[in-house]
Ligand binder design. Structure first.
Ligand code: ARG
Length: 554
């Protein structure tokens, strides 16, 4: 990992300031379960990042995780290879990973995978950036190359964060990992902003009130970090603040050859240290080489445990269950016995709002965009942010002598819905038509090789949406889901089933949320089976009473 200075910003808090990275790295390990529980079966629903991390760590504790997966191992860590190529991929799900995601990079490093800076707008990795709004096309390498309005917008958001959220003080506390100071600043912000939107935050700020509507509009299109966040304007401001505070939209990297290697790697990795199982044991091995199919039903088994039935009607007993799929699949795809969860939790699970996201990729013969325009000396094509249908266009250089990849379009919400019913070819045509207005005379199509690859996560019955985007008033729902791994006060009938995934985390749409909640579930399962963390390395549940997210009264 490129950035491991101890005072760098990391995903530490602000809601639950627990050091997941330190917990993972501690030589004493995460904990132990009593020997009579060794080999106990734990069902894990979903083999995405959360399911695999939970499975891997539970295996290391001497338990037997059994994974159920209805689609592809990796979940939204999905790298689709262009036909006929070696390692030329389209990243359909997670593609850019902020270095502040320490939990995630723990596994990237464990697997020895190579990462590189992601070609985001106005970053050195992109080389150049084109911003095209209302038909005006601007070319820039850094923010300073753009007209003053862009710097005014950036400065205004910066100021709004200071005024509205004590941004630098809070980030300083996060860097210092000062949990009490974080809570002192953050908890009142939760109270103040849960029910107010990102748009409200922007328009009601002194900094933006001084400026024109055009400034707000440009902010929506060009935003901060990776680009336009206007599709999040209706979301709860808390969600955006967490992104800014945790550095999620900054210093992002991609995994060379595809992030799915992280998923495949965890599946096949033989841990250096593990309890009970013989050296060389892997998740793949314990699962006889493959996951079970789709989990169709989850219920109590009448013996203090659970019965999980797969899509073929095979029923197996488990001592605990970890559910990692999008939560609304518990009411659409999986027959989950109602008594497994409290009605308040069902409310939270079903109210979870998932956003739409669509991507369209093509492979090209070579990274032709680096050719210089003879008249202007500029790159022939650039990372492009626009108000047109493509929204964000990203260029992936795999080397001068290898095919390049263009993500012609990455869009959210209404922009994603525009292409939802359309086949890949039509999406490519629409994108090329939009780009031809930005790059007149450039023949992108002439470079395309192979077949396009596209995704609309909302069209996939295994997801029904790309990622959670909390709406105003959703803090309590998030809190119920996130805190559910603390089960000491739950009725007996509701214990032993745990939830994990970015969708139950405070940072949806970021794999770090999947890793952190998976670790919560690991602690939960371990404790449920009578185990505990070592004294020198307390787990998330041990520190939860002291550090838990603030309660908002009902
Ligand atoms: N992490 C994803 C990305 O980098 C999604 C971010 C968007 N999240 C959101 N709530 N709109 O593109």
């Amino acid at each position: 990992m490129p950035n491991d200075e101890s005072d760098a910003i990391s995903a530490f808090g602000p809601d639950f300031p627990f050091a997941y990275d330190d917990w993972l790295a501690h030589p004493a390990g995460l904990g132990a379960v009593p020997a009579e529980k060794h080999g106990a079966r734990v069902a894990i629903i979903g083999a995405g990042a959360a399911g695999l991390v939970a499975g891997y760590e539970l295996m290391r504790l001497g338990l037997r995780p059994v994974l159920y997966e209805s689609a592809r191992l990796g979940g939204r860590l999905r790298s689709q290879r262009f036909e006929g190529t070696e390692g030329i991929v389209a990243e359909l799900g997670g593609m850019r990973f902020p270095v502040s995601s320490r939990g995630f990079y723990h596994y990237v490093d464990l697997l020895g995978l190579e990462t590189r800076p992601f070609p985001n707008p106005l970053t050195p990795a992109a080389g150049s950036t084109v911003i095209d709004l209302e038909g005006e096309t601007l070319y820039a390498r850094t923010l300073d190359d753009l007209p003053p309005l862009y710097r005014e917008v950036a400065a205004a958001y910066h100021q709004a964060l200071e005024d509205g959220a004590q941004f630098s003080a809070l980030q300083a506390a996060m860097r210092a990992r000062d949990a009490q100071r974080i809570k002192a600043i953050w908890d009142p912000i939760v109270q103040a902003w849960d029910e107010r939107t990102f748009y409200d935050f922007v328009v009601s700020s002194q900094a933006f009130r001084k400026l024109s509507f055009r400034h707000r509009e440009v902010f929506g299109q060009v935003g901060f970090g990776t680009g336009g966040w206007d599709s999040d304007f209706p979301n709860s401001m808390l969600e955006i603040l967490r992104v800014n505070l945790g550095g999620f939209d900054d210093e992002q990297r991609y995994v060379v050859g595809g992030v799915e290697q992280v998923a495949q790697g965890i599946w096949r990795q033989a841990p250096e240290k593990l309890t009970y199982w013989p050296a060389g044991t892997t998740l793949a091995g314990l699962n006889a080489g493959a996951t079970r199919g789709r989990a169709q039903a989850i219920a109590h088994n009448g013996k203090g445990g659970f019965a999980v039935m797969d899509q073929w009607g095979n029923r197996d007993d488990y001592e605990a269950v970890v559910v990692t799929c999008q939560s609304h699949l518990l009411t659409t795809s999986i027959d989950a016995e109602e008594s497994l969860f409290d009605q308040k939790l069902w409310m939270a699970l079903d109210r979870t709002r998932y956003m739409q996201a669509a991507k369209t990729f093509v492979m090209v013969d070579r990274p032709f965009w680096k050719d210089k325009d003879p008249d202007t000396g500029r790159d022939r094509m650039s990372m492009t942010l626009t108000d047109r249908i493509t929204r964000g266009t990203y260029l992936f250089d795999n080397g001068d002598d290898r095919p390049g990849v263009i993500c012609l379009s990455y869009s959210w919400m209404t922009d994603a819905l525009k292409v939802l019913p359309l086949p890949a070819e039509r999406r490519v045509e629409l994108a090329l038509s939009a780009l031809s207005k930005i790059y007149p005379g450039l023949d992108i199509a002439g470079h395309i090789i192979g077949s396009p690859i596209c995704v609309s996560w909302e069209a996939d019955e295994n997801f029904l949406g790309a990622f959670k985007g909390a709406l105003p008033g959703h803090y309590r729902y998030n809190h119920r889901m996130y805190g559910h791994f603390m089960q000491a006060d739950l009725p007996e009938s509701q214990r032993g089933i745990f939830m994990a995934g970015d969708g139950v985390s405070w940072t949806p749409a970021w794999v770090e949320g999947a890793v952190q909640t998976a670790l919560n579930a690991v602690w939960g399962v371990m404790t449920h089976l009578g185990g505990r963390s070592p004294d020198g390395n307390p787990g998330p549940g041990d520190l939860y009473p002291a550090l838990k997210p603030v309660d908002l009264v009902d």
